[in-house]
Design a protein. Sequence first.
Length: 209
Amino acid sequence: MYRPAHFIESSTDAMCELMTRWPLGLFITNQSSGLAADPIPLNFVRQGDEITHLIGHIAKANPISKLPSGSDVLVVFSGPNHYVSPNSYPSKKANPKVVPTWNYASVQIGGRIEFVTEPRAVLEIVTSLTDQHERHQEHPWRVSDAPSDYVDQMLNAIIGIRVLVSTIDAKFKASQNRSAEDREGVRSARNQSSEKGLAHWTIREPKAT
């Protein structure tokens, strides 16, 4: 991923926040038929300041399951994004040399895939994903709420996946290369739009030098 210095995000906390809020990763693999991209919800596992691996599951019928264990994969987590009009920049009044752009946040994780087949371990992955995504429900649904024979039937149709992380690249392109006045203009435009909830994510202050 092309990452100019002012858009590089190195905070593990920021990366984890994005992957928590937008957990549907685009799982990219090189299969016998060519490159493939599958949207798969994933949880990350963090130890201290290090993201060590991702976990999820797929249908046994998914061609991903036919890959050799240890195959390289790339997972792309896409956060919020929006178009930025030159009209958002107050500086345009004095200097019309401005063009449109796009703000976005992305975390890309490269690693090696492992398959999890032991029934108890697959159940643990399913339970972890369910608990994570049910946490905001007034009455969270639990895997144990379903009949045990039905759960066993569903588990028999899937396989767990684990991605051992080797590389992490994060890019939060969020107007850091503009003046404070222009960043505030973009922020104001976001707050006035139907996507105002993205303002926190898509306008960031430049890093101190």
